[in-house]
Write a protein that binds this ligand. Structure first.
Ligand code: HAM
Length: 426
């Protein structure tokens, strides 16, 4: 049997309903903050990611799906979206529009990860980028939109970790600080980190090897060496968050695994996720567009890992989405079968979700199925009903049955109380 590639997933119903519901909330919330959706290609020129995400990062170094096309051009399945959004901004001259632009996206990303729970080779992100504003208020608005999204889904236990990554001018000083602090323990680092110690010591701080994480705890924090402009910027962001009552913690160790960040960086962590607890990551990237050959335009953004998000969705949100609320229409006999689809279509147009019995089940088997699959109500259509132009409807939660004229069915459906309220007391 042919199996799906390692690290990919089949999303099946009814879980796909959760994905759709989460995506609908994201679209609503981000649009209400002035966002518009952007869709960029799933593959891009390899060089785009090398120049933006950075050569020394794990993503570029060992996680990209890179392949030559038939003309020998090197292409890469996108490991993240910010680079593609920046490229699209430059290529489509989005700078000609009034700034800032708030762009959100949803879609699959690809990283050749080692197999682990919560890590997939194809995964989905929901993200938002604000391009063309460099103020602390822009970061605060971005975080407020993100926070609002989590609140709408009913989360109460997520933690926002925030740090100042300094400006690029501070970077060399900081790299040197880490090198000096960690060189005495060089031999205890993993082989990747020994290389990083020479090439890009900052990356040691987000090494996934536990021993390296312990050693990295001895490194200085970026903020200790950062210059005033970045400190003032992040202090401004913090003041806005405090005024809004959005809780966060300052995490001196947070450096993020991509090279384009400066100043504000953050992650959102779920205490319910084990090893791969980070639900969302983001930060400011004021040099990215210029580094890719565009004008000097600042940006800030985040991306949420949708696979992980769906895994820890609050029960209330999940239950509300998963409660099946359809009407099950069961025709009995040939004449009823001939009319049933037409009736169903009319009711569907009237706003009733109708699932027609199309396999010829007997009434008894159909009622059994209705129970098992959690339908809200069953509508039975036989010769008597056809003659009287009514259906016999059974409210499965309340357990009562009545005859409803064809034309009145949508009104009857709208008047049905939610299943929980209709349930008879024991
Ligand atoms: P990132 O931290 O690499 O940032 O990814 C963001 C989120 O995507 C992670 O927090 C995680 O939830 C999810 N994620 C990443 N890799 C995987 C994986 N292999 N399997 C499942 N989920 C995964 C970025 O991608 C930046 N582009 C975020 C950003 C936007 N920064 C500025 N704007």
């Amino acid at each position: 049997m042919i199996q799906r590639p390692r690290g990919t997933r089949d999303l099946l119903p009814p879980e796909t309903r959760l994905w759709l519901a989460v995506e609908t909330v994201a679209r609503e919330v981000f649009a209400s903050f002035g966002g518009e959706e952007i869709r960029t290609p799933v593959f891009e020129a390899t060089e785009l990611f090398v120049r933006s995400v950075g050569e020394g990062t794990d993503i570029v170094h060992k996680e990209m799906y890179t392949f030559p096309d038939r003309k020998g051009r090197s292409l890469t399945l996108r490991p993240e979206m910010t680079a593609g959004v920046a490229r699209a901004w430059i290529e489509n001259r989005l700078g000609d529009r009034s700034q800032p632009l708030r762009l959100f996206y949803l879609g699959p990303m690809f990283r050749y990860e080692r197999m682990q729970h919560g890590r997939y080779r194809q995964f989905s992100q929901i993200g938002l980028e604000i391009i063309g504003a460099d103020t602390p208020l822009a970061d605060a608005e971005l975080l407020a939109a993100m926070h609002e999204f989590f609140v709408r889904l009913g989360f109460t236990d997520l933690q926002i970790h925030l740090n100042n990554l300094g400006d690029p001018e501070d970077r060399a000083r900081y790299q040197e600080g880490i090198r000096v602090a960690l060189t005495p323990r060089r031999a205890e680092l993993c082989s990747d980190c020994q290389r990083r110690l020479e090439e890009n010591p900052l990356r040691i701080l987000d090494c996934k090897v536990p021993a390296c994480q312990v050693i990295a705890a001895d490194a200085p924090g970026v903020d200790d060496v950062a210059g005033d402009p970045s400190r003032q910027h992040v202090a401004g962001v913090e003041a806005h968050l405090q005024a809004l009552g959005i809780p966060y913690v300052r995490n001196r160790r947070l450096v993020r695994g991509l090279d384009y960040y400066l100043r504000t960086v953050f992650e959102v962590v779920s205490p319910q996720l084990g090893t791969n607890a980070v639900l969302c990551g983001g930060g400011r990237y004021d040099r990215l567009i210029a580094d890719l050959g565009g004008p000097a335009v600042p940006g800030v953004g985040f991306a949420i890992g949708e696979d992980r998000l769906v895994e820890v969705l609050p029960a209330r949100f999940k239950d509300a989405v998963l409660a099946r609320a359809a009407l099950y229409l069961v025709p009995m006999g040939a004449a009823a079968e001939n009319r049933a689809l037409e009736l169903a279509r009319g009711w569907i147009r009237g706003g009733v979700p109708v699932e027609l019995e199309i396999t010829g089940r007997s009434l008894k088997a159909a009622l059994k199925r209705a129970d098992r699959d959690g339908f809200r109500a069953v509508a039975m259509l036989g010769d008597d009903e056809l003659k009287a132009k009514t259906v016999t409807v059974r409210d499965l939660a309340a357990g009562n049955q009545s005859a409803v004229p064809f034309a009145d069915l949508p009104a009857w459906w709208q008047a049905l109380p939610p299943a929980r309220e209709a349930a008879r007391p024991e």
